[in-house]
Write a protein that binds this ligand. Structure first.
Ligand code: SER
Length: 471
């Protein structure tokens, strides 16, 4: 089943059950606590928290999300993507736990001929808040467990887990509640028996149902907090990862090989001459997946108005684009690749996001300009980096000194435009550390100089010492 169809089935299912279909918010949704929208509930936060009355009692959406905290995991696991689409159904003080569970079960296991996703019920596992983790839930989430048993999940496929896994809150006092996660068993070739508690690669989480019913009080960390009371209005917030469902339903091993990303891997094979798959090295396969994942995330960020820069959102985009370029180069690409990658990912994403069609030229221009600028510096910077590494290896220091100096890292940044993350990655590949203290000191010194310079310019004080030497 194609990804777009999974999304359509989800929306139709909940629309038929009285939900309003709400379009995805921009990735740059106005929320001062976030760089990018990172969950389907973000645009509904004020309604869920009771700050504003919700315009609907029930809503459903496909929300585009970006999470870049796990950027180093991309391509290494089967399920980490920096961009994903979260399907959700939301109740604002309307239906609650029983309906949310019964509907989730119906959609997940319903036959495809009747609008369901067609998963084999025998492969489904669920988790609920277990007993003994919070004084307010001495027996765990009894109601959720009872409902899962009622719909037909066998007791041995229901696992009770701790607050860190199965209690959702926003990390601060406010609404919260137990949650229940739905997993699909992908088979013994992906890992050991024992349910999600034993292995989360074999048992892949597809859907999180949050039962927002408590007011969370003070406390620190994921699992150490008070519950102050029950919320006057209970809410439902769910999130289903469309990429993971697509991965399982399309019978591919990981989220990078689904219909929306695999075409980018194919183009990367063509442009680099390298081959993806079982016969390739693990490092090369990771590079292919980085190219696919980051091409899509980069494209979607540019679509929503981000441009490459040195800070905040712009820096994240720059880092993604530069990782694509470097990965393609390491796979063997000789020249520019960005245009083909961007065109391919725009083709796969346009059916779900038709606005891409009107922005194609702009997206290409931004990505290609970044590539041009970076390719120029990459070559000379890499030369400098390699020389520094050779120097470290060839001298007597090699045995003791495995650290690239802060000055070199600064030179790469300042003269060659290497983001420090790139230097750190290259150093890690070469088995070296980077003297970050030295690097930060050099950066601090540069900032101080720039400030003094600005100040001098403001006051019209030009530094004349250079001329003084001549007179
Ligand atoms: N807020 C929950 C999550 O992010 C459910 O959508 O998993």
């Amino acid at each position: 089943m194609r990804t777009a169809e999974i999304g359509q089935r989800f929306l139709t299912f909940f629309e038929e059950r009285g939900h309003d279909v709400v379009p995805s918010a921009s990735l740059l949704y106005n929320d001062p606590t976030l760089l990018f929208v990172n969950a389907g509930m973000v645009p509904f936060k004020n309604y869920l928290m009771g700050v504003e009355p919700a315009p609907w009692q029930r809503a459903t959406s496909i929300q585009k999300c970006v999470r870049t905290l796990d950027i180093d995991e991309v391509g290494r696991t089967t399920r980490h993507g920096t961009f994903f689409q979260m399907l959700g159904n939301f109740s604002f003080g309307d239906y609650f736990k029983t309906d949310a569970i019964e509907w989730a079960w119906e959609l997940v296991t319903g036959p495809t001929s009747e609008g369901g996703l067609g998963f084999d019920p025998a492969k489904i596992w669920v988790t609920v808040l277990g007993p003994g983790f919070h004084p307010d839930y001495p027996d765990g989430d009894v109601e959720a467990r009872r409902t899962w048993l009622k719909v037909g999940v066998p007791a041995e496929h229901i696992q009770g887990r701790s607050l860190a896994d199965n209690y959702w809150h926003m990390g601060v006092p406010g609404p919260g509640g137990p949650c229940s996660e739905i997993y699909v068993d992908r088979g013994p070739q992906f890992g050991p028996d024992g349910g999600p508690e034993a292995d989360e690669d074999r048992y892949m989480e597809i859907w999180n149902l949050v039962f927002m019913q408590n007011e969370r009080g003070e406390g620190i960390g994921k699992g150490n907090f008070e519950i102050v009371g029950e919320l006057p209005k209970k809410n439902i917030d769910t999130g289903l990862g469309i990429e993971r469902v697509a991965c399982i339903l399309q019978g591919v091993d990981n989220v990078y090989e689904t219909d929306l990303l695999r075409p980018v891997i194919d183009v990367a094979e063509e442009l680099t001459g390298a081959t993806y798959g079982d016969k390739a090295s693990q490092e090369d396969n990771i590079r292919f997946r980085v190219v696919a994942d980051h091409s899509r995330t980069g494209m979607m960020l540019i679509l929503d108005g981000v441009t490459p820069g040195n800070e905040g959102r712009g820096y994240i985009l720059r880092r993604l684009l530069r990782r694509i370029i470097r990965s393609a180069k390491l796979l063997g690409a000789k020249g520019a690749t960005m245009e083909r990658f961007m065109n391919t990912v725009m083709d796969t994403m346009t059916p779900s996001y038709p606005e891409i069609a009107d922005n194609r030229e702009r997206i290409l221009r931004v990505a290609i300009n970044e590539e041009k600028a970076f390719l120029k510096t990459l070559e000379s910077g890499t030369k400098l980096f390699d020389e520094a590494v050779d120097d470290l290896r060839s001298t007597h220091r090699a045995k003791t000194q495995k650290v690239l100096s802060g000055d070199k890292a600064f030179e790469l940044h300042d003269t060659y435009g290497f983001p420090i993350d790139l230097t750190l990655e290259m150093a890690q590949e070469a088995g070296l550390d980077v003297d970050m203290e030295g690097f930060n000191a050099a950066m601090g010194e540069q900032r101080r100089r720039a400030k003094a310079d600005n100040q001098a310019k403001k006051h019209g004080h030009t530094d004349l010492s250079l001329y003084r030497d001549w007179v």
